[in-house]
Design a protein around this ligand. Sequence first.
Ligand code: FE2
Ligand code: FE2
Length: 231
Amino acid sequence: MNIFTDIENEHRLFEKAAGSMVAIAKMLTEADTLEYKQDLKALCNFFISFMVKFHTQKEEAVIFTALEKLNLPRDKGPLYYYALEHTEHLTFAEEILTLLEKPDLNDEDKKSIYDKSVNYCGNLWEHIDKEDSVFLTEVTERIRGMALIEMNNAYEKFIEEFKFTDLNADKNIRIAEDLIKKYDPVLKIPEHIRGDGCMSCRHFGSGCNGIEHEWWSEHEWEDFFERNNRD
Ligand SMILES: [Fe+2]
Ligand SMILES: [Fe+2]
């Protein structure tokens, strides 16, 4: 069991599921069928129950806690904005679900569901790109030795406890995998350009100054300049 590998694998599933969400929402704008509505609802519920309540909790309860012990702040910088986006992932999925509950969807509702799905997908891809390229890279460097042993123990305990509270976790993954097979995920959305690093983050420069300025110690900066001068 390795929390970093598990998180990366789950990201691969989420980015595809978000792409399928856009594909279904697009089909729903063209034909208002019960099947599309049910499938879109199932994906929203997957994001809420599996991503927000399980995956995100791994990040916050296990990794953020380990980083806090290394004196990295949770009330500002990357951890604050990751947590803020986690809350948005719940709110936005609930908004789409609320619209899908309407007995008759008019054109405006269908457009709104589509726009919200595109937005959801774009925001999630951005979140995943940042976590893969910035968060996980920095965290693997920082959590070492005793801190790593402690975090791994916390992760084992977290998984054990989760098993007792949500027995549907495996079922949720299978539902999402089936829907990804049924609806080819979109791989691009015109409104969103994928990219690595802090530069692609919408909070960069307006709340967060980037990982180096938020997290790096004096020693890390010295090391950086030394390496650059050498090169
Ligand atoms: Fe996250
Ligand atoms: Fe994540």
